[in-house]
Design a protein around this ligand. Structure first.
Ligand code: HAM
Length: 447
């Protein structure tokens, strides 16, 4: 996060008119109407689960003080060292586009003293985040997470509760083949002992590690276990594991978490080298992956991850607030639903298409459309098109179930044509009693 070169804003002003159509910034994608269904379903499922499990909504600002992440996520993590979008505001504040939400949620909890709320406080968010990564399949510079955090309690049942919440989420989306890899990072005491032993082990291999790991060796030894470089994997295989260094309390904590998971039929895979890419974790850490269907290759990304972060509050204030949580990557889950063709229940409501032909009918149309909409009918229209044919074509395109057709003659007679778009059968309804008539028609159709 060193000083950057000043940007010459006059260059922006010099461009009078763009030569080509602007494109999105690399790694920051548009979410288009064709994907609305997926985003809606994630939103619905996430909110339903939050409601059932007692989580309250929280939203933190897009910009946070850059140092918040330096002190919590960790100065020597990839996220802070390489991936944060950091800049100075006109008021000379150093801010960052938030790369994640756990630190922000804790900041908000401490700032607004949310401990009065309930113990523990459970919150959820559906938000966008920014990391300057190399864009590739499942890895973007702007992405979304659906996250759940439980603040104010150190009991291991809450570690298990977060994992069960994630499984609930996957289940609701009909994603069945999920495994959770799980590990513990112990507490300050047992971790210190472990880190010393890890350092002693890696000392003899130091020269053969990748450049990043040689730096990590000096500054943040646990990060060595997180390295994805092929050349470093062989040394990881023989490295000491934290389970051999746990104190009694941490051992018991982990045992309870695993027992509760077993009681709930969760298929977990212990991974003694799982450390996660953020420094604020202690004790339980976990990541979710798909188990690919037989014959299919594994999607090369985690769907989500989380863990306990009892010390995070102390890194950014003087308060102790034990906490645990996780976040799911929304783009990745959507990708999984698409790639594996996992169908969702469509509880779509009946869609009405309102057709108006002639000046008089068009003028009156909005009154009836509004009336239907405030009575909870989904109504689409193409009032900008004049001909009956053009409007009916649009009704087909948006897959309307019913068309209501209003022309000069209908206005004069006080009626409207009701057309069932599946059967093509038409009949006239009384315009003055439109809402009731349509409700009756739908009841009849159901029977
Ligand atoms: P994280 O593992 O950095 O954890 O991110 C959580 C999830 O966000 C990842 O598993 C992945 O699905 C998604 N994700 C991360 N980076 C990208 C990216 N560049 N493009 C697309 N998806 C991405 C956290 O952020 C922690 N705050 C989670 C947590 C909550 N821990 C405790 N509470």
């Amino acid at each position: 996060m060193g000083r950057r070169k000043k940007i010459d804003l006059t260059k922006i002003e010099k461009i009078k008119s763009p030569k080509t159509t602007f494109q999105n910034v690399k790694g920051m994608n548009d979410i288009l109407p064709k994907d609305q269904f997926y985003w809606q379903i994630i939103n619905d499922v996430g909110r339903k689960i939050a409601k059932l499990r007692g989580y309250y909504f929280i939203e933190t600002p897009t910009l946070e003080p850059a140092n918040l992440f330096k002190f919590s996520v960790g100065q020597y993590t990839d996220i802070v060292e390489k991936e944060m979008f950091v800049f100075e505001t006109k008021g000379k504040d150093l801010v960052a586009l938030k790369p994640e939400n756990t630190a922000s949620v804790m900041r908000a909890y401490l700032q607004h003293q949310l401990n009065y709320f309930s113990l523990p406080l459970k919150v959820f968010y559906f938000d966008r985040f920014f990391r300057y990564e190399k864009p590739q399949h499942g890895r973007e510079r702007q992405f979304h997470q659906f996250g759940f955090e439980i603040l104010g309690d150190s009991d291991p049942v809450y570690d298990a509760e977060t994992i069960l919440t994630a499984y609930h989420f996957f289940d609701e989306l009909k994603i069945k083949n999920i495994k959770v890899r799980i590990n513990t990072l112990g507490c300050k005491n047992c971790r210190l002992n472990y880190k010393n032993n890890l350092k002693a082990y890696y000392k003899k291999h130091k020269r053969k590690l990748c450049k990043d790991c040689q730096k990590r060796y000096q500054k943040n030894i646990l990060r060595l276990l997180d390295c994805k470089e092929e050349s470093c994997q062989v040394y990881k295989k023989e490295a000491p594991i934290i389970l051999d260094y746990l104190c009694n309390n941490c051992n018991n904590h982990f045992k309870v978490v695993l027992e509760v998971l077993e009681d709930n039929g969760i298929f977990y895979e212990p991974d003694p080298y799982l450390v996660r890419g953020l420094d604020y974790y202690n004790r339980t850490v976990f990541e979710f992956n798909e188990i690919p269907p037989e014959g299919d290759s594994q999607l090369n990304f985690e769907l989500g991850g989380g863990g306990r972060y009892d010390y995070l509050s102390e890194y950014i204030s003087k308060k102790e607030v034990p906490a645990v949580g996780f976040a799911l990557g929304v783009e990745r889950i959507i990708e999984l639903l698409k790639v594996r063709n996992i169908k969702q229940d469509k509880k779509e409501k009946v869609k009405i298409f309102f057709v108006a032909v002639g000046e008089q009918a068009k003028k009156s149309a909005l009154k009836y459309i509004h009336l239907l909409r405030i009575n909870n009918f989904i109504v689409d229209e193409a009032l900008g098109r004049n001909s009956l044919k053009a409007q009916m074509k649009m009704a087909d395109r948006v897959k309307a179930n019913i068309s209501l057709i209003l022309g000069q003659r209908e206005i004069y007679e006080g009626t409207i044509i009701f057309r069932d778009m599946t059967t093509g059968v038409q009949e006239n309804l009384i315009l003055n009693n439109l809402v009731e008539e349509i409700k009756n028609k739908m009841k009849l159709n159901k029977d």
